[in-house]
Ligand binder design. Structure first.
Ligand SMILES: [Zn+2]
Length: 246
């Protein structure tokens, strides 16, 4: 009968579309996984680069500060020597007191500066240790970048190549199928992650392995139309020859 043949042809088209969609989905999913993995590694690498950059900038600023302190100590030291020399030449007590006060203030300033410098030196030492550690981790990440970032990216771009053509081909296959059936199929395919059309065999839905109500199975055999499994809602159909051989 013509209708039976038409029905078989429609099921074949649907099965072919599902096969194509599965391959396409696998490919798209793989591209997503590869891209996500590469992105994650790159984000880690960038974060580490940023940390090392920040530490390096911090070190440079502190080095500069240290140099300025060194120069200030030197200048202050010279002034102290001058003051001590002047002391030997003073004529009045008033002058002596003024110089003594300057010397005292100078000593105080020097002690304060040395204290500040100690903090700077300690911070520099700590940063040097951090830089060594962070630098080692960064070097390791940079070394792995080829494998963890470049390779997956290039694999993803290879897989993406021709994807538009494949999608166009997919639309071609889909357009040959009844619009209502196709809409239902696409919805189930999305929800069921790639298995939307299954055979009903020996009274069982091969998608979820649940027994079908006998009435439904009878109707499937008699009317040769697509129905939905009451358990998993997948599109089910019945094929005479397969059931007979089973
Ligand atoms: Zn089912």
């Amino acid at each position: 009968m013509g209708t039976d043949q038409e029905f078989e042809a429609e099921i074949d088209r649907l099965a072919a579309l599902q096969e194509f969609d599965r391959t396409l989905k696998e490919r798209v999913d793989r591209v997503d996984v590869l891209s996500a993995a590469a992105d994650e590694c790159e984000a880690k690498l960038n974060k580490r680069r940023e940390t090392v950059g920040q530490l390096t900038a911090q070190r440079e600023a502190l080095e500069k500060q240290r140099k300025e302190m060194d120069q200030r100590l030197e200048v202050d030291g010279g002034r102290m020597r001058d003051n001590r020399m002047r002391m030997s030449r003073v004529k009045t007590d008033r002058e002596l007191m003024a110089i003594q006060r300057e010397i005292d203030l100078g000593k105080e300033a020097k002690a304060h500066l040395e204290e500040e410098m100690l903090v700077v030196m300690e911070t520099l030492e700590r940063i040097a240790v951090q830089l060594l550690e962070e630098g080692a981790v960064l070097a390791e990440l940079e070394e792995k970048a080829a494998v963890q970032i470049v390779a997956p990216r290039s694999e993803a771009s290879e897989l993406s190549e021709g994807l538009d053509d494949a999608k166009a081909r997919r639309e071609e296959l889909a357009s040959a199928i009844d619009r209502g059936l196709r809409g239902k199929y696409e919805q189930i395919f999305r929800v069921r992650g790639g298995t939307a059309v299954v055979e009903a065999r020996s009274g069982v839905c091969t998608g979820c392995r649940m027994s079908l109500p006998p009435q439904l199975f009878n109707e499937l055999q008699r009317y040769r139309e697509v129905r939905q499994c009451p358990s998993c809602h997948r599109i089910i159909f019945f094929r005479q020859q397969l059931d007979e051989s089973a």
